[in-house]
Each structure stands twice: as structure tokens, then as C-alpha cells.
Design a protein around this ligand. Structure first.
Ligand code: DX5
Ligand code: ZN
Length: 217
């Protein structure tokens, strides 16, 4: 899989969401990254179904939904109905992770598992062949604009190594503190998809920033 970029709408201008969706449609972005926070699993609340459905009305690219919520199984169907093309649940929020993955896949969409910075990649080893994607958090989830945690590189390399035999097609996504400084090293370490929130929407020309990050490869 070639290297992709998934700008996070968490850093978009919520009063002008349509505009930002249209910008992403025009840009070289591959996916729309949608961050859902419940104020329990993470100490912040982002947005829910009405906002996601509004994004879906304008988005012409896949919606990559990152659920930072407790007991996410309760809501998988609702996120599918709201237009999710990929759903990632957190390993730390799922005591029956295999079942949660099967639940997502039963809707015919891609399933991913997200790992907090302290969570070892071994936690997904026994479900790796069932997965389309692993999202490695490179900041503690909950907020945009945080500083990238360098230990992420080691985790990408370890995961790529383990996946070689069990799931060579595994997509590795990195989320948090990604910018044009670290993007190339992340792709080089074995990541396929980079999420970027503040680096894209905080720049003077988001469309150009997306292009620049993609050209680094
Ligand atoms: C953090 C979210 C990220 C966030 C990334 O909990 O999962 O997707 O939007 O934002 P930046 O790129 O600003 O770190
Ligand atoms: Zn995210």
C-alpha cells in the first residue's frame, strides 16, 4: 500500500466544516480522520453523530473513524450508519477485542485497533490476521496539538516485523504530533497512513501542507 495521509477534522474550523471538507476533497488527502471522544476513555469530548453525518454529506473520500470511547461495541452500528468506512477501537477499551473486531467486520467495513503510547504491540499479536489496520498513538489520545513521542518509531518497526508473517498487508497508521518534520521517517519506519491535525489545519495553506507531506515520500 502506498503512503497515505488522513487529516484530522478535530483541528478543522467547526463553523466552516463544509469549507474544510471541500478543501480536503480538492487536496491530495486520502482519508478524512474522524476523532470521537466521550469524556470517559479520554478526558475530552469532541463530537458525535450529527456532526459526523454532516461531514459525510460533503466528504468524497473514506471516513476513518477513531473511537476514543469506552465500550465502543455499543455504537458500531450507529457509526456505520453515520458513514464510517474504517472503524478503529482502542485495545484498552475492549476486554473482548476479537469480538469487537468481528463486530466491525460484520458490517463489511475495515476494522482497526488503536494502541495508546504505553500499550505494547503484543496486545494485538493474536488478532493480527483479523485486522485491516493498527493505529499507533504517538501522543496520549484526547487532544490535538501535542508533542510527538519518539518511542513510536520502535513500535512501528516491531509491529511491521511481527506482521510480516501473519498479515503482510496490515495498514499501520500513526496519530499524534505528525508534521512535515517527522513524516518521512515515519513512512520509512513502516507506517502507511499518517494522521495530521494541527500540522494541516494550523498551517497558512492546508492544501499545500498536505501536498508537501505526501511529496516527502
Ligand atoms: C488525538 C487524536 C488525533 C489528533 C491529532 O487524540 O486522535 O487524531 O487530532 O492531532 P495533531 O495532529 O494535532 O496531533
Ligand atoms: Zn485520531
Amino acid at each position: 500500500m502506498k503512503n497515505l495521509i488522513a487529516p484530522s477534522l478535530l483541528s478543522a474550523n467547526f463553523a466552516e466544516l463544509k469549507k474544510d471538507c471541500e478543501m480536503l476533497n480538492r487536496s491530495e488527502a486520502d482519508w478524512f480522520h474522524i476523532d470521537i471522544m466521550d469524556g470517559m476513555f479520554v478526558p475530552n469530548i469532541s463530537f458525535g453523530f450529527p456532526v459526523m453525518k454532516a461531514i459525510k454529506r460533503y466528504a468524497q473520500k473514506p471516513l476513518d473513524v477513531h473511537l476514543m470511547i469506552e465500550a465502543p461495541d455499543r455504537y458500531i452500528k450507529d457509526f456505520v450508519d453515520a458513514g464510517a468506512d474504517i472503524i478503529c477501537v482502542h485495545a484498552e477499551a475492549c476486554p473482548h477485542l476479537h469480538r469487537s473486531i468481528q463486530n466491525i467486520k460484520s458490517f463489511g467495513i475495515k476494522a482497526g485497533v488503536a494502541l495508546n503510547p504505553h500499550t505494547p504491540i503484543q496486545i494485538v499479536e493474536n488478532v493480527l490476521e483479523d485486522l485491516d489496520m493498527v493505529l499507533i498513538m504517538s501522543v496520549n489520545p484526547g487532544f490535538g496539538g501535542q508533542k510527538f513521542i519518539p518511542n513510536t518509531y520502535k513500535k512501528i518497526q516491531q509491529l511491521r516485523e511481527v506482521a510480516k508473517n501473519t498479515n503482510p498487508e496490515l495498514i499501520i497508521e500513526i496519530d499524534g504530533g505528525v508534521d512535515s518534520e517527522n513524516a518521512k521517517s515515519l513512512y520509512d519506519s513502516g507506517a502507511n497512513v499518517l494522521v495530521a491535525g494541527s500540522a494541516v489545519f494550523g498551517s497558512d495553506n492546508p492544501e499545500k501542507t498536505i501536498k508537501e507531506i505526501k511529496q516527502l515520500v
